[in-house]
Design a protein around this ligand. Structure first.
Ligand code: SP5
Ligand code: ZN
Length: 345
């Protein structure tokens, strides 16, 4: 399969995140993608550098003021204290929840960071913007190949994207790569795009970006938000709004769900996508449904990812795969490439 890698992902290397008030090493680390690239090479998949500028598509899926903030966030942080802040990660500490105003951008940097964040679990580093932008370029590049007639392409990137909403970062995500791929396919002639998210965590950002639209169907299999991140979205009663009513399908499953039950839910996703008459498919390919994932609680084995790829191929649609989460780093390469090889069998 044609794959696009992200030549700048190593520049996004924050050191720690918070867990129950303690600093812990970042789960979303550069080694993840190094393992996937190694597995791609070992199994003979071609790896290309991104060759499409995603800027116009980013402007269709994200708010201009959010993109403006993100692009210079690190420089703004450094400007506060060029020496000390070079080795400290910025974290938000205040958020405009309910009754508070989000229409006025505060001058204070940390207040703006809170305005554009859903959590304090999305650390930034010096190279975050460059890495996220190159990843969005890789997603747009993969979409372009599929729009030009390739059966499938894989965007191998980090940071992930599916928690990033129209105007906020969250859940290790800054730019929504899968939304970029779906929008790019629309721009290049696909009338309807189905977007299936198999990451363990609900793709709240992607859902929100397309919630009022009927030209992109969002379907997601994920841990029940009553107990699992992102907690505040991903319930079964979220069906879309306005023109988008009926074009959002959430299939939440309890933590601890077996592979057998997971594949039954996949059949429901499959049936909905089959009835949509899509011209193209985007897969938000999180591998954190894996039994060995350190922060998730589903039980897919490595061989189940091959089965997932086989099943997805039977939809018969031109398909863009976009890497999302998956934190069992050493197994991530095998699991990701199993999906691609299953698809191509
Ligand atoms: C893209 C993606 O998969 N994002 C996931 C974001 C999850 N953020 C919450 C992480 C909570 C980590 N909990 C650590 C539990 C250790 N036992
Ligand atoms: Zn995830």
């Amino acid at each position: 399969m044609i794959t696009f890698h992200n030549p700048l992902h190593q520049g996004h290397a924050p050191v720690h995140e918070f867990f129950r008030g303690e600093r812990v090493p970042c789960f979303e680390k550069p080694a993840r993608v190094d393992y996937v690239e190694e597995a791609l090479r070992a199994r003979g998949h071609s790896m290309l550098a991104p060759d499409v500028d995603s800027s116009p598509v980013l402007a269709q899926v994200h708010a201009p003021r959010y993109l403006g903030f993100l692009q210079t966030a690190w420089q703004q942080w450094l400007a506060l204290d060029p020496v000390a802040n070079a080795t400290v990660q910025p974290f938000p500490s205040v958020w405009p929840v309910r009754t508070l105003r989000s229409d006025v951008e505060p001058d204070n940097f940390v207040a703006r960071l809170g305005l554009y964040s859903m959590d304090n679990g999305t650390p930034m580093a010096a190279g975050t913007w460059a890495a996220a932008k190159a990843g969005a370029d890789a997603a747009a590049s993969a979409a372009a190949r599929v729009a030009q007639g390739d059966r499938a392409a894989f965007c191998c990137t980090r940071p992930p994207g599916h928690h990033a909403g129209p105007d906020f970062m969250g859940g290790y995500c800054f730019l929504n790569n899968a939304a970029v791929a779906a929008q790019a396919l629309r721009n290049q002639g696909a009338r309807r795009v189905a977007l299936l998210d198999v990451d363990y965590h609900h793709g709240n950002g992607t859902q929100s970006i397309f919630y009022a639209r009927d030209d992109v169907l969002f379907v997601s299999l994920h841990g029940d938000p009553r107990t699992e991140y992102p907690f505040y979205l991903g319930h079964a009663d979220e069906v879309g709004e306005g023109k988008g009513t009926g074009y959002n399908l959430n299939l939440p499953l309890p933590a601890g769900t077996s592979a057998a039950t997971w594949f039954e839910a996949l059949e429901q996703a499959y049936t909905r996508i089959g009835g949509y008459q899509a011209d193209a498919l985007v897969i938000s390919l999180g591998l954190d449904a894996f039994e060995g994932d350190p922060i998730s609680r589903f039980a897919l084995a490595s061989a189940d990812f091959t089965r997932l790829g086989e099943r997805l191929a039977r939809l018969g649609l031109p398909t863009v795969f976009v890497l999302e989460g998956g934190y069992a780093a050493a197994e991530l390469g095998t699991n990701a490439v199993n999906v691609l090889d299953g698809f191509e069998q």
